[in-house]
Design a protein around this ligand. Structure first.
Ligand SMILES: O=c1ccn([C@@H]2O[C@H](COP(=O)(O)O)[C@@H](O)[C@H]2O)c(=O)[nH]1
Length: 271
């Protein structure tokens, strides 16, 4: 999917919601556990009920690969049933020496046809650029993450006072463009999102951390929105586990709708 197509979806749905698929066998409703593939049935129902409000879906690969070979089969099936009009994100946080990165890219972009994959920047240019060589596919590079441990390295300043995440943003813009490179920026970082936006004015940000992690959607929009929205705000647990009963998919729909309604107002305010 191109940036223009993504923005068109955002405008059409009045939404910049990314639904995170983090399906945990221990948390899905009990009645699904007798299904042949409980995780697939769970994800399918969530996707069907939230598709009116979501412009993106982000399966977190950990929740699938934890189940071994069956988990990979399930992930491939989930990738296949994604609606055509949504942006798909394999949240895999990959990155390795060049020839290995190339095969990670092939796995997610060709074997499973995801639009994008999250990539860690720590190993530098040759670990990231193999992902950028695929036409119409995206790298979503970890820049300023939502977790407490992001303080350990990402905010360390160099001699000129520049934090490491800023160097990641500046350097990586030499490798990709706003047409194939996005950044992960945590919603828990409040006004720092504004600092990231100054360094990367045109790029899309994937923003996890609203919902269960307590980040503020209105702050994200206030500090992060640009003229093509530039935001995909993710909520996983807050949507998919809205109910642990038979009504789980309808409850997920309601949570997704609540976020979309807020997003519509924010789009009208800032776009
Ligand atoms: O900085 C980051 C990068 C990735 N994540 C992932 O996003 C979702 C968030 O889930 P919630 O349930 O909405 O908190 C999850 O898959 C994380 O691994 C992140 O949270 N922060």
């Amino acid at each position: 999917m191109t940036r223009t197509e993504l923005f068109a979806q955002i405008q059409q749905k009045s939404s910049f919601l990314c639904v995170g698929l983090d399906p945990d066998l221990g948390k899905i409703p009990a009645h699904l556990r007798s299904e042949p593939d409980p995780i697939f049935s769970f994800c399918k129902a969530i996707i069907e009920e939230t598709a009116d409000y979501a412009v993106a879906y982000k399966p977190n690969i950990a929740f699938f690969e934890a189940l071994g070979a069956k988990g990979w089969d399930t992930l491939a099936k989930v990738a296949e049933i994604m609606p055509n009009d949504v942006f798909t994100i394999a949240d895999a946080k990959r990155g390795d020496i060049g020839n290995t990165s190339k095969l990670y890219a092939k796995a997610f972009f060709e074997t499973m046809n995801f639009d994008s994959v999250t990539v860690a920047p720590y190993m530098g240019k040759d670990s990231v650029t193999p992902f950028l060589e695929f036409e119409n596919k995206w790298v979503i590079l970890l820049a300023l993450t939502s977790n407490a441990g992001s303080l350990d390295f990402q905010l360390i300043e160099d001699q000129s006072g520049k934090p490491l995440y800023q160097s990641v943003l500046e350097k990586s813009q030499e490798w990709g463009s706003p047409e194939n490179l996005m950044y992960v920026v945590g919603a828990t970082r409040g006004e720092l999102i504004g600092e990231v936006r100054k360094v990367a004015p045109e790029h899309f940000f994937l923003v996890p951390g609203v919902g269960a992690q307590g980040g503020s959607l209105s702050d994200v929009a206030r500090f992060g929105m640009n003229s093509t929205c530039g935001l995909l705000v993710n909520s996983s647990r807050g949507i998919i586990y809205a109910s642990g009963e038979k009504d789980f998919a309808k409850a997920a729909r309601k949570e997704a709708e609540k976020l979309q309604v807020e997003m519509k107002v924010l789009l009208e305010k800032y776009l």
